[in-house]
Design a protein around this ligand. Structure first.
Ligand code: ADP
Length: 439
């Protein structure tokens, strides 16, 4: 049994234990109703004894399953799984006996054990506990009819059925047939469920391995390309700075184009690497108290030259001063940077990007509004998906990875926050980020 299978089995067992509190409580309640409203001859103490024994055992299983899973051996877990049903069947036999033996309909309770057994037992174990229940039941009926044990009358009037061989035989054979049929059906269902579970596990392992391979490929490929690309960018920049001699207008234009393309490619590679880190669950790491306003100021300063070039104004409205927050500073900066950058990129000359921050109870709300091209209703559902870019955005800015917002969503949710947006085509977009303030 793998550790994961063990955890799964422990959870199922815990579910059965929790159900048992209810089911056995309901059985006792039914007995009280029979006693005080249905006029049965049941002894009240026996109900308490049933409840006491069953709850004592259940408490024992409960405590055992609460232990650290590493301390529970597979053997003891398997033992508990079967043992609890053996105890239940003993108790149900006691109930059958004290409620009139062959005249009682309490044999129905055995089905609780079989149905719950489907969840955690193997098909052979199901058949074994069903046969055990049958043997217990038939023994009680047999001993009663041969006066080996006294008969309990459930009602004040003697039915006399328990010694009538025809009624006894008819009832017992019907119950045996029903029992066998149900136990075989239950065993069949169990087998089907187990097979399906195994198939699913195999399928999951396979896709897990595949996605690991894919991530590894992306990360190796990206690292391999990043270094030469970095050198290429450096070459473009130094040539543009005149290190290789004076440039004419055409040469400058070509080199600028080259520099921008390599910049973009590097950005895409970095995004891809972030996604692969993210999928390994390693993106949000360094949580420390930070001043979020400060992050926004830094982002604005860094974006301003680009915004000026595109004639887009950036404004910051600090509605309330936010206390220090526990965040992964670099990652949150990356998110805000991406959204502000989009606000500038997908904007029109003369447009604006307005960032607001305020505190709402124990959360910080950041809104980033732009007066740009907007996102159509049809595209809005796709926005946070990997590699998605709208047609409108592609027309405006050819380059882009479509990964920024996907990464942003993972980072914000990794901080226990939320990110969403409102937009209308041609009118602009507002992104909202809500982050919990944990000082
Ligand atoms: P990228 O900007 O690199 O394409 P993002 O993940 O940051 O990738 O954004 C995904 C897509 O969402 C963009 O390509 C664009 O179509 C759309 N989008 C994001 N922000 C805005 C915005 N402020 N205005 C209009 N469209 C936007």
């Amino acid at each position: 049994m793998t550790f994961e299978q063990k955890i799964h089995k422990i959870k199922l067992c815990q579910f059965i234990v929790n159900s048992r509190w209810l089911i056995h409580g309901a059985i006792a309640l039914t007995a009280f109703i029979h006693k005080f409203m249905g006029g049965s001859e049941l002894n009240v103490y026996i109900i308490f004894i049933f409840l006491f024994i069953s709850y004592a055992f259940n408490f024992f299983y409960y405590m055992l399953l609460r232990r650290d899973p590493r301390e529970i051996t597979s053997r003891s877990l398997n033992f508990i799984c079967v043992f609890q049903f053996v105890v239940d069947i003993f108790l149900y036999t006691l109930v059958v006996y004290i409620t009139g033996g062959v005249e009682s309909i309490a044999f129905i309770f055995y089905f609780f054990a079989i149905i719950m057994g489907i969840m955690i037992l193997r098909e052979r174990q199901i058949i074994a506990i069903s046969l055990f229940a049958l043997v217990m039941y038939v023994s009680v009926i047999f001993l009663e009819s041969t006066e080996g044990i006294p008969h309990f009358f459930y009602y004040d009037f003697p039915l006399g059925v328990y010694q009538n061989i025809d009624v006894t035989l008819n009832n017992v054979t019907t119950i045996i047939v029903t029992f066998l049929a149900i136990s075989f059906l239950a065993a069949f269902i169990t087998k089907m469920i187990r097979q399906r579970e195994e198939e699913l596990m195999k399928e999951r392992d396979r896709s897990h391995k595949l996605s690991e391979l894919k991530e590894e490929f992306v990360s190796v490929a990206a690292h391999q390309v990043r270094t030469p690309l970095g050198s290429l960018r450096w070459l473009f920049r130094s040539m543009l700075e005149g290190d290789a001699g004076e440039l004419n207008e055409k040469q400058t234009k070509f080199l600028e184009e080259g520099r921008d393309r390599t910049d973009n490619l590097l950005q895409v590679l970095n995004d891809l690497l972030d996604v692969s880190k993210l999928e390994k669950g390693a993106l949000v790491q360094e949580m420390k108290p930070v001043d979020i306003d400060n992050i926004i100021y830094q982002v604005i300063e860094e974006q301003r030259p680009d915004a000026d070039k595109k004639e887009v104004k950036i404004k910051f409205i600090q509605e309330t001063k936010i206390p220090l927050m526990r965040l992964d500073e670099q990652k949150i900066k990356m998110v805000i940077e991406n959204i502000v950058d989009n606000g500038v990129k997908y904007n029109n000359p003369g447009g604006s990007v307005e960032i607001k921050i305020n505190q709402r109870n124990d959360t910080a709300m950041i809104s980033i509004h732009d007066s740009g091209i907007g996102i159509s209703g049809k595209d809005q559902v796709e926005i946070f998906k990997k590699f998605f870019r709208t047609k409108l955005a592609k027309q405006k800015v050819q380059t882009g990875s479509g990964l920024g917002l996907y990464i942003a969503k993972q980072i914000i949710e990794g901080h226990g926050g939320r990110i969403w947006f409102k937009s209308a085509e041609g009118k602009g977009t507002t992104f909202f980020i809500e982050l919990p303030i944990k000082e």
